[in-house]
Design a protein around this ligand. Structure first.
Ligand SMILES: Cc1cc2nc3c(=O)[nH]c(=O)nc-3n(C[C@H](O)[C@H](O)[C@H](O)COP(=O)(O)O)c2cc1C
Length: 280
């Protein structure tokens, strides 16, 4: 859809709606099904070097499997996001390098999963985070994204500044908006004092146009995506809705978002990014 098309990390993506890593994106068949029904970017399941059988949520066939699929999809002009996990800093860097060399548009470092927080422990100290990201940055040439843990132990400003200084273009953040958030969709107005409404919004507030935010979590409808955009996200990732509904969920959410944009007189989704305002 023309209206939902946007640039993310400097890359034109056909739609601001994409699958979240792991949701119907672990197997070749699933990935091809997503590609068939949605023209936007495709995010691969997180992969490590040799593949994993456990934990169940990170079961994957290893980076070479995804390298091969990336090659096929890139030849069809698909925007591919590779996602990295690893049990050590070396493995993490290796997998990131391999996906980067395979030509994916964006390498997403999954620093949000327990498997990574327990093994690589990237957030054990700020120096540790800096060292890991610096090493990955040094070994990769493409656009980098980091999936941030929902309860990261450092302030959004400190993490955002680090990302900016390391040319990490994208922060994938929790869309943990208050359940009872009342927002006027026409004006973006929210009652009360100015505040960060979600992790995604907090990172947007620190972005200075140098960091793009992607929101993930609880995006099940075009309205959810619209609100994620108002609170600063340039793209929205869909997990559970895809698992429940099948690949068609992406197209549905994209169409609902497009209809809402048209209804509010917007020509492009980029017009509403970060436009939330506080009335208090
Ligand atoms: C079946 C399944 C597998 C997942 N696998 C991964 C994964 O490999 N890497 C990752 O970063 N997140 C993974 N996730 C988390 C999602 O990317 C997303 O962050 C989470 O589901 C929240 O979004 P939702 O509320 O739309 O479900 C997975 C989620 C599901 C449901």
């Amino acid at each position: 859809m023309e209206r939902t098309s946007i640039r993310l990390g400097g890359i034109e993506i056909g739609s601001s709606v994409m699958n979240a890593s792991g949701a119907r994106s672990a197997e070749r068949g699933e990935i091809y099904e997503l590609c068939a029904v949605h023209s936007g970017a495709i995010v691969f399941k997180s992969c490590n070097r040799a593949g994993l059988e456990t934990p169940e949520n990170l079961k994957n066939r290893g980076v070479e499997y995804f390298q091969a699929i990336a090659g096929e999809l890139i030849a069809r002009n698909k925007i591919v996001v590779g996602s990295v996990v690893g049990a050590s800093e070396e493995e993490f860097i290796d997998v990131a390098r391999m996906l980067d060399r395979a030509g994916v548009s964006i390498v997403e470092l999954n620093l949000a999963d327990d498997y990574v927080t327990k093994s690589v422990a990237p957030f054990a100290s700020f120096e540790r985070l800096k060292s890991l990201l610096g090493r990955v940055r040094g070994e990769t040439g493409g656009v980098l994204a980091v999936k941030v843990p929902p309860r990261a132990p450092f302030e959004p400003r400190a993490i955002a500044d680090l990302f900016k200084s390391m040319r990490i273009a994208i922060a994938v953040c929790a869309n943990d908006l208050p359940k009872d958030l009342a927002i006027d969709l026409a004006t973006g107005e929210v009652q009360g004092r100015a505040r960060a409404l979600s992790q995604a919004h907090a990172f947007f507030n620190e972005s200075e146009n140098l960091l793009d935010v992607v929101a993930v979590g609880g995006i099940n409808t075009g309205r959810d995506a619209y609100i994620a955009h108002l609170s600063g996200a340039r793209a929205a990732q869909v997990g559970s809705a895809l698992m429940k509904e099948g690949a068609g969920a992406l197209g549905r959410i994209d169409r609902e978002l497009d209809t809402m944009l048209a209804g509010h007189g917007r020509k492009s989704v980029s017009e509403i990014v970060g436009k939330v305002r506080f009335a208090g």
